[in-house]
Structure formats: C-alpha cells, structure tokens
Write a protein that binds this ligand. Structure first.
Ligand SMILES: Cc1cc2nc3c(=O)[nH]c(=O)nc-3n(C[C@H](O)[C@H](O)[C@H](O)COP(=O)(O)OP(=O)(O)OC[C@H]3O[C@@H](n4cnc5c(N)ncnc54)[C@H](O)[C@@H]3O)c2cc1C
Length: 415
C-alpha cells in the first residue's frame, strides 16, 4: 500500500467514530488550513519528516483574502485567489476535511464534527477570526436577508459583494463601515475603498464611496491612501473618521451610527472581530473575551499548555498587524519550536518580518513593512526601530511586487 493510500485510510478511520490509534511517532494536529495553519503543517514536515502531521480544515479549498479586493473591482477573478490545499500531501501532511468542534487538552484530543477524535502530542490552532455580530443591532437579520455583507472572509460574500456592486445603479452609494482596530489587515479596508472607487470611475462615474471609520483616521499608510484618493478619484470618496456603526437596518438600507443613520445602496459593514469559535471552545481566549495571548518565542498559548495559537486569533504583540504575512511567520516560529521541543532541544526566539501591499488602482500599489524581534525585558516581540517603513509613493513597480508577494506566500503556505 502506498503511503498516501495508508494516510487516507487512517483519515477514514478517524471519521467513523473510533479514536485514531496512538501514533508510533510524535503527532502534531493543526486546526485551520489558512495562512498560519497550512504553513505550520508544511514546515513541521519539512524540518522533521519523522513527525506525523494531521491538518484539519473544514473548507474545500483555500480562498485568499489578500488580492480579494481586486475581485470586487473586476480586476481579477475568484479562480485567481483560490488554491487547493492538496499540495500539502506532497509534504506528507495528512489533510482531514472536517470541522474541529472540540479540543480536550487533558486527553490531548481534537473532536471532529463528523465523529471521531484525533490524538496529538502538540496542537496548533490557526482558525482565523469570527465576528461579534451582537455588537451591531440588526446585523444578523439583515445579513440573512442579503441586505448587508462583510466580505471580510474571502469566499461567497466576496462574490455577493461584487454582484451587488455591478447591479447597483449609477449614482448609487456604496457604504463601507470599518470597525475599531484591532481587526484583520489594517490597510485592507482602505484598499477596498480604492478598488471600489476605481471600478466606479470606470463603470459608474456618478456613484459614491462613503467610508464610515470607527477609528479617528486611516489606520495604515494614511497619507499614501489619501493622496491616491484625491488624485485618482476626486469627488468619488467621502471619508468620515470617528464613525462607529452600532446597528444595521436592512429594510431602510441604513447603517446606524451613534448619532445618526446613514443610507446606502450597498451596505458593506465589517463587524468587530475576535478569535474564531474553536479557540473560544478550547479555552484559548485570554484577553477582552476576544484574543489568545501567546509566548512569542514558541507561539504556545498562555492559557493551555501544549497548544500553539497562530495568526489573527492571537493577542497581537505591540505594533504587530493581523496579516497573512504575520500568520505565515507565526507558523515558522511555532514549527521551529515544536520541532525543537519534540527533539529535546530548547526553542530559540526568531526575528520576523511583515510586509503588506495595498492596491490603490488596477496597476499601482503601496507597501508597509516592519521587523519584529524578541525583547527579553518586555517578554514580547517588539518592532525594531528604523527597520521597515512605507513606500515613498504609489507605483506600478509596487503593484508587480504585490502580485509576486501574493503568489510567493500562496506557494510558501500551500505548495
Ligand atoms: C480584504 C482583505 C485583504 C487582505 N489583504 C492582505 C494582504 O494584502 N496582506 C496580508 O498580509 N494580509 C492580508 N489580509 C489579512 C489575512 O487574510 C489574514 O491576516 C490571514 O488570513 C490570517 O491567517 P490565519 O491563519 O490566522 O487565518 P485564515 O487564513 O483565515 O485561516 C483560518 C482557517 O481555519 C479554518 N477553520 C476555522 N475554524 C475551523 C475549525 N473549527 N475546524 C477546521 N477548520 C477551521 C478556516 O476555514 C480557514 O481556512 C487581508 C484580509 C482581508 C479581509
């Protein structure tokens, strides 16, 4: 029997309701096959092929949030941002397509929605975010009726928002509501503003983009975004800071702010986030009922030993964005620490780099980058002064780099 067939058989056993037999070698289970989880699974196998790695992912394919704003403008398609996670099997990762519905850190098992449990020696949890819909009165009702979208997890909502934009009358108003930071991808909403404005400029020039930002000002690359908006899209974008949404009314198509209601033709309201449900169920959330604090030398949870939390679900270190770039780097810290721990070695802190590109038009982009290193005195990763920075100006060269960055991180995480 080929190794691949054996792994598939072992996967089937775990789904029938029986516990998977104890591994003859150390097993790491990874929950979530996004930027953090897929990278961790792959790198653990690359750095120690003796370790058995099982990845649990509920979605049939990986759909990238980075570049998804370009889909809204019609500059690229869903196929371009969709990747298979089967490439991980080439590294010997066993992919189980199921939802993790429970974690028992005492028994060291992960429970699957279709039945069965998988035992682990170390667990990696990189489930991304879920939304605190309850913070916005009427949101869930309006979302179920198709009257409001977040499109802040790439997938069906990305397609639905693109459709709403194409069906909107020329002269209509697209409203984007941005939650208070921290949220996933600080520059992401402003890239979205730029992409929708670029689409309106081409296809519906009498239409408007109204930005209701709960934050006092643009939270990332502010001067570069504002310059692009005034030079490329004059009269199309209206930006309002300190405008926190508290509710949505799908009947009157309005976003409720603290002091007034604002009407729109397309409502794109991004609710506040927290670590995804499975992290809450596993007792990994430590802070403000929202985020999971970790030891930044190993990504091990401060609440549950033997469990490593990655990506957007973490309580961010100072000046650290919630980004694919960071999730991919968190994964490498965790993979190195787990391989060390399972081989009886002391894990060493790593220095990591963040790079976030944002498109401001079809062919031009801007960038921000930062370097984060372990600071023993503060017991966390801190941004290295003088390292990183932002682009001098928007450019076509940065747009080429942005596409290259995306293709590289997709391959680094999944292929
Ligand atoms: C519009 C937009 C644009 C962005 N652009 C950029 C960018 O240009 N650059 C950048 O660096 N970042 C960008 N980001 C941010 C980036 O997408 C996230 O930071 C990144 O996806 C976080 O990785 P993660 O592994 O934490 O979560 P995710 O990538 O969301 O992965 C989580 C995975 O876990 C799975 N999962 C969750 N719960 C379970 C469960 N119980 N059982 C099984 N599977 C489960 C999910 O299905 C998902 O596949 C952008 C985000 C948005 C919304």
């Amino acid at each position: 029997m080929k190794r691949r067939d054996f792994l598939k058989l072992a996967g089937a056993v775990s789904l029938t309701g029986c516990a998977t037999p104890a591994p003859s070698k150390a097993r790491v289970v990874v929950v979530g096959g996004g930027f953090g989880g897929a990278t961790a699974a792959k790198y653990i196998r690359m750095w120690d092929p003796k370790i058995d790695v099982v990845l649990v992912e509920r979605d049939p394919a990986f759909i990238s949030c980075p570049i998804s704003n370009l889909v809204l403008a019609g500059f690229t398609g869903m196929d371009d941002i969709t990747r298979s996670i089967d490439g991980l099997e080439r590294h010997g990762v066993r992919v189980v397509r199921d939802e993790a519905v429970g974690i028992d850190p005492n028994k060291k098992t992960v429970r699957l929605s279709r039945g069965g449990e998988i035992g682990y020696e170390r667990l990696v949890v990189s489930p991304g975010i879920d939304f605190t819909f309850g913070d916005l009165q009427g949101y869930e009702q309006a979302m179920q009726a198709g009257r409001v979208l977040h499109a802040w997890k790439a997938g069906p909502q990305t397609v639905a928002l693109r459709r709403q934009l194409t069906e909107m009358r020329d002269g209509g108003v697209y409203v984007l509501s941005i939650p208070l930071a921290p949220y996933r991808c600080p520059p992401g909403p402003y890239e979205r503003v730029s992409m929708v404005a670029a689409y309106f400029k081409q296809a519906k020039p009498r239409s408007k983009v109204l930005v209701l930002d709960a934050n006092p000002d643009v939270t990332s690359k502010g001067p570069l975004f504002k310059r692009a908006w005034s030079e490329l899209y004059p009269g199309i974008i209206e930006y309002r800071g300190n405008s926190r949404a508290v509710g949505v009314d799908g009947n009157s198509m309005s976003v409720r702010l603290e002091v007034e209601d604002v009407k729109g033709d397309v409502l794109n309201v991004v609710p506040p986030h927290r670590a995804a449900d499975v992290a809450a169920k596993a007792g990994l959330i430590t802070t403000n009922n929202r985020w999971c604090d970790v030891d930044w030398r190993t990504m091990e949870s401060k609440a549950v030993k033997g469990v490593h939390v990655l990506g957007d679900a973490t309580l961010s270190a100072p000046a650290m964005p919630k980004s694919a770039s960071m999730a991919n780097n968190h994964a490498k810290i965790a993979a190195a620490a787990i391989v060390d721990a399972l081989n009886g070695r002391e894990p060493q802190p790593l220095k990591i780099i963040n790079t976030c590109y944002s498109f401001v038009s079809q062919n031009e982009a801007i960038r921000v980058s930062s370097v984060h290193q372990w600071e023993p005195g503060q017991g966390t990763l801190i941004a290295v002064k003088g390292a990183g920075g932002v682009s001098a100006a928007r450019s076509e060269a940065e747009a080429t780099f942005a596409w290259n960055w995306a293709r590289t991180i997709w391959a680094d995480s999944l292929a």
